[in-house]
Write a protein that binds this ligand. Structure first.
Ligand code: HEC
Length: 719
């Protein structure tokens, strides 16, 4: 503790000196608090992922080297390696982060030494997706707020101890207050909440399935945990937008949640957020209509939660085109004037640039007719908005010429698939014939979001070209009288679980095998996992009935001798009787039978978009698959979800592709200036900060076999 205080003092002195310099150089319009240039998720409340620091710059970045590694160890040594998506924040020399197990940590940002850790699960399993924490202070009261499972937790930033007077012993139950019975749902948060005065405004993570709760936006008092306001993203009778749904939908429709994070304009008192699609994601016969505020950029009064404006990017979404990243708050030069705007990147590869005060598009957007649905009861919305400027940064149409040819047999197989599916370009509705979807459910862009350079109004965007195939099946009656529980479970497993864990239960890609589950985990742990989810596993509490979960558990683990055979599967009376259609192959990149990408590269790109002109300054492939790169051809680019960051030192830092690289790219040209291979893939956005006069770049790095929990690594220049 002593050393830490000493460090603090030194850092304050340096901060003062640097501030003096900043003043002389007049590089910065206003004084920078050097200890707090990355004190918020994605750098600041505007979600810029921009740093005013320039000690590490284009002239010296080639000397960048590992400064320290903080090894996480919250998982047992035998566990499957995991990755945390956390973007650490740094406040006055202390780095705050969450691990993949969703423990919170405070680490000395200059040395990588742990100050404290906190386990929100009290020794329980834990885990889930989390992208970091939120810092709040009032005088000497300094707090870290973050979501551990179903709870919003408030900790003392100095000790990591829960704030006893916040909620119940430091926790607020996020399941409470979302329309549905809190004991039957599992609400968590993936992106950290945002602070406005003494409020923390939060979104939620929800399953993309039938029976999901609504993704209301909520604001809690940072001191007490008291719920201050709620915004109904699925409007109640009498609220604007209610007319865009069937009359009773507010009682059963779900989703329309903000999982991607928010941005805040402090002066205007406005909070901006990107909303996800309504559920079920691929079939909307029970939610005919435009479905506001699904897929909207939404602006609310931060103090009251009152609606200010919204802009819907997809009407009646049936593709899971959730808005995947917080809108960047930007400035656009138009006709000699600087206009405050928000820029929203998307999974489809569109960028919507909207006036910050009104939500009006600053570039022309056309409502174009799109194909109709063939699924019974479904009414795809007849038009969708297409921005004319900027051009899309991800491929939105492929033809047979775009299919790969790694061998004749592989090529023939994908050509055959291509011809047999329904495919009419962007917004082809899901179909029983199967449909091709590009961009797929995972982008275009994803949660890493874009980085914005305020000096040039350039937005840096990662774009992925990864098609999915959607296979829609009509779900058969779930419960068949007289079938033994294991057989019931097998049926339900194939409907709900096989798309990820495989029809043979052997796992697919990152989704683990469930064979020998009994040897690896207790019945109770498996039950908790199925109910609460974690990592990329969706939570099934509330989605499936207790009896249905018991049946699946009987199939994948063991029969509970005490449970009555399926007698407690009742029919759901809150929802209208309807056909259920399910997509059983989503969230996987389309490959040929040998596992190679089915469409030609590039598979991932980095784009520099000038927001004032709407033109791209440069576009480069990002990442490389050396095995598949053709001789003399450009790098292949790779898929990725994390985002770039941009600095006053003229640099972009980006990781997040399977080649395990962290790269530094010259922001004005797109030229690669430095790269390093990390011990594992860093599926996370970097942070940069200065402490004791030294600039660091830090990021969460995935686990390895030796160290499954992963680490946080920091890089700096040599002495
Ligand atoms: C969207 C893909 C997906 C679906 C659908 C899915 N899972 Fe999972 N599941 C995962 C992933 C990914 C993990 C690993 C999670 C982690 O990292 O903690 C997992 C983990 C698990 C585990 C823990 C296994 C272990 O060894 O740690 C169990 C048990 C499980 N899933 C059961 C199910 C059941 C039962 C269903 C259907 C009701 C289901 N899953 C549906 C992706 C999925």
């Amino acid at each position: 503790m002593q050393t830490q205080n000493l460090n603090r003092n030194i850092s304050e002195v340096f901060a003062a000196i640097t501030l003096l310099f900043a003043g002389c150089q007049s590089v910065n319009d206003q004084a920078i608090d050097i200890g707090r240039t990355w004190a918020v998720y994605k750098a600041d409340a505007h979600s810029t992922s921009y740093s005013p620091l320039d000690q590490i710059n284009t002239s010296n970045v080639s000397q960048l080297h590992a400064a320290w590694t903080f090894t996480l160890s919250d998982l047992p040594a035998s566990a499957q390696p995991v990755t945390s998506q956390c973007n650490p924040i740094i406040v006055d020399g202390v780095l705050y982060a969450t691990s993949a197990k969703l423990w919170a940590y405070a680490v000395n940002a200059a040395t990588g030494e742990q100050i404290w850790s906190y386990d929100p699960f009290d020794g329980g399993g834990g885990g889930g997706q989390g992208r970091g924490v939120t810092y709040w202070e009032e005088g000497e009261d300094k707090r870290i707020l973050f979501a551990g499972g179903n709870h919003l937790v408030a900790l003392d930033a100095r000790t990591g101890n829960p704030i006893e007077t916040f909620g119940e012993q430091g926790k607020v139950n996020l399941n409470v207050g979302l329309r549905d019975d809190p004991s039957t749902i599992a609400v968590s948060m993936t992106s950290p909440g945002i602070i406005y005065k003494d409020l923390i405004i939060v979104g939620s993570r929800l399953p993309d399935l039938y029976g999901t709760p609504p993704g209301y936006i909520r604001a809690y008092n940072c001191k007490t945990g008291e719920l201050v306001w709620t915004f109904h993203t699925i409007p109640l009778p009498g609220e604007p937008g209610y007319e865009t749904w069937p009359k009773e939908a507010y009682q059963y429709a779900g989703g329309v949640n903000n999982w991607a994070g928010m941005s805040l304009d402090e002066e205007r008192g406005m909070v901006f957020m990107s909303l996800g699609s309504p559920t079920y994601d691929f079939y909307g016969a029970d939610r005919i209509g435009e479905n506001l505020y699904g897929n909207c950029v939404l602006a609310l009064d931060a103090a009251t939660g009152k609606h200010i404006w919204h802009y819907q990017t997809v009407h009646h979404d049936i593709w899971d085109y959730d808005l995947p990243a917080p809108p960047n708050l930007v400035q656009v030069n138009k006709d000699g004037k600087k206009i405050d705007a928000v820029a929203q990147i998307t999974k489809q590869g569109f960028v919507f640039v909207l006036d910050r005060e009104t939500g009006e598009p600053l570039f022309p957007v056309e409502e174009r007719p799109v194909p109709a649905s063939n699924l019974p009861g479904e009414e795809a919305w007849p038009t969708q908005p297409f921005p004319l400027i900027p051009k899309p940064y991800a491929r939105q149409m492929v033809t047979e010429d775009d299919l790969t040819h790694y061998s004749d047999a592989d090529h023939d197989s994908i050509v055959q698939q291509f011809r047999s599916m329904r495919y009419e370009g962007l917004y082809t509705p899901p179909d029983l014939k199967r449909t091709l979807m590009i961009p797929g459910t995972r982008g275009g862009s994803n949660w890493g979001g874009a980085a914005y350079d305020p000096a040039t109004s350039i937005l840096y965007i990662r774009g992925t070209d990864a098609p999915d195939i959607q296979t829609i099946i009509k779900e058969e009656a779930q419960v068949v009288a007289g079938l033994p529980i294991i057989d019931q479970g097998r049926r339900m497993y194939s409907t709900y679980c096989a798309s990820c864990h495989g029809t043979d239960r052997k796992g697919i890609e990152a989704n683990p095998s469930l064979i020998d589950l009994k040897e690896r985990m207790t019945r109770q742990t498996a039950l908790d996992k199925i109910k609460r989810g974690g990592g990329l596993m969706p939570p099934y509490a509330g989605v499936l009935k207790e009896g249905e979960i018991q049946a699946i558990l009987a199939y994948v683990h063991s029969v509970d001798e005490n449970s009555e055979q399926l007698t407690n599967i009742e029919t759901d009376t809150t929802q209208p009787a309807r056909d259920m259609y399910l997509n059983i192959t989503g969230y996987r990149t389309w490959t040929d039978p040998s596992g190679n990408p089915a469409i030609k590269p590039p598979w991932g790109m980095l784009h520099a978009l000038n927001l004032s002109t709407g033109e791209y300054e440069w576009q480069i492939p990002l990442g490389n698959n050396e095995e598949l790169q053709k001789e003399g051809a450009p790098e292949t680019g790779l898929e990725g979800k994390s985002g770039p960051i941009v600095t006053a030192g003229g640099l972009i830092f980006i990781a997040g592709s399977e080649d395990k690289k962290l790269r530094a790219i010259e922001k004005s040209t797109g030229k690669l200036l430095w790269e390093t291979t990390l011990p594992a893939m860093a599926n996370a956005t970097a942070s940069t900060y200065q402490v004791n006069g030294k600039q660091y770049v830090a990021l969460s790095v995935g686990g390895t076999e030796e160290n499954p929990s992963g680490s946080i690594m920091a890089f700096s220049l040599p002495q």
